[in-house]
Design a protein around this ligand. Structure first.
Ligand code: SF4
Length: 335
């Protein structure tokens, strides 16, 4: 059986933050604390959750912008978390990133032509100047920008257009996987929709795999195959998109989803307002990390951490309620 394109197993990334005047004190931030998932070729997985849940840290670990604390990251069956800088080079071409901020992520002193030519040159993907120029033209076409954009500077473009340039730059390396880290969060609503549609079209046309990191469930609904929901460094639910949006199994997913507008006029979800803020990843709650905010928390939740495991409808969910008989399960009663 073919291995998935990306396989992340029990990934942990802990940071030590120094404190005190001499930097002698400090604490550990459990930013990512045991995350596992796979992404197949030509598949999009959305990683969603509130700010500070660790989703962007997962992306940066996969990109090897951070060294991981423990666990494994495999690309095409090969472990990449242990590779030296030199051995990482071919991997760097295969996994590219589109960052959130289209204003700071492009070098203001480079014309668009040079921004797009840089990865093509670095990875020796063109054999002549003519081929290089043709590739740049093609990239602009793919992201729906005019050919004359090549000779212009980043500041001459709007936020949405800059994000198209950022996407073209990621595509220039001919990657297998693109990590989109809050790639549309900084954009206006209408532009956001255009870029999401573009990413969706590219994913379909080019057969790319994507890890789409977002705090906004509504955005991912139209473009992903599966959704993983993160809370305080852990995945609490992972399911095919349709199943997750139709019947979320985890109380946290239910709360997130209740805030997503329903397109049909007159239809409405009952909004679930969570109490309190996300606890600090320096001192995450014992047991289920969500128990301090969960409307259904019971004694076991405060003592025992629930494992992410298969439940009905093809979901993986980490919640003790799944062990209760239907008559005692408030989620079953609410369904
Ligand atoms: Fe809520 Fe308990 Fe389930 Fe955690 S394990 S989500 S606290 S019911």
């Amino acid at each position: 059986m073919k291995s998935p394109l990306l396989e992340v197993t029990d990934l942990k990334k802990h940071f030590f933050v120094h404190s005190g005047a001499l930097g002698t004190g400090g604490a550990t931030v459990y930013a990512v604390d045991g995350v596992s998932f796979t992404i197949d070729r030509a598949e999009t997985l959305a990683l969603v959750g509130e700010s500070g849940c660790g989703k962007s840290t997962v992306g940066r670990c996969i990109l090897r912008l951070f060294d991981i604390t423990s666990g494994q990251v495999m690309l095409d069956g090969k472990r990449i978390d242990e590779l030296s800088a030199g051995a990482l080079r071919p991997f760097r071409r295969r996994v590219q990133v589109v960052f959130q901020d289209p204003f700071s992520s492009l070098n203001p002193r480079m014309r668009v032509r040079d921004i797009l030519a840089e990865p093509i040159r670095n990875f020796r993907l063109a054999t002549s100047r003519a081929e290089l120029a043709a590739r740049v033209d093609r990239l602009l076409e793919v992201v729906r920008l005019p050919r004359d954009a090549a000779k212009r500077w980043p500041h001459e473009f709007s936020g949405g257009q800059r994000q198209r340039i950022g996407i073209a730059r990621a595509l220039a390396a001919e990657p297998d996987l693109i990590v989109c880290d809050e790639a549309v969060s900084a954009l206006d609503v209408s532009v956001k929709a255009q870029i999401v549609n573009l990413l969706y079209d590219l994913q379909q046309e080019l057969g790319l795999a994507m890890l789409f990191i977002s705090h906004d469930l509504a955005i991912v609904e139209h473009m992903t195959h599966r959704v993983a929901v993160m809370y305080l460094g852990k995945i609490v639910e992972l399911a095919p998109k349709r199943a997750l949006f139709a019947a979320p199994k985890h109380p946290y997913t239910q709360a997130l989803l209740s805030a997503v507008p329903v397109p049909e006029p007159g239809a409405a979800r009952q909004r679930i307002i969570l109490k309190g803020d996300v606890p600090s990843p320096i001192n995450p709650p014992k047991g289920c990390r969500f128990h301090t905010r969960c409307p259904y928390a019971f004694e076991r939740c405060r003592a025992e951490e629930p494992a992410l495991r298969a439940t009905a409808g093809g979901h993986l969910s980490a919640c003790h309620l799944h062990d209760l008989p239907a008559a005692q399960n408030p989620l079953a009663a609410a369904a």
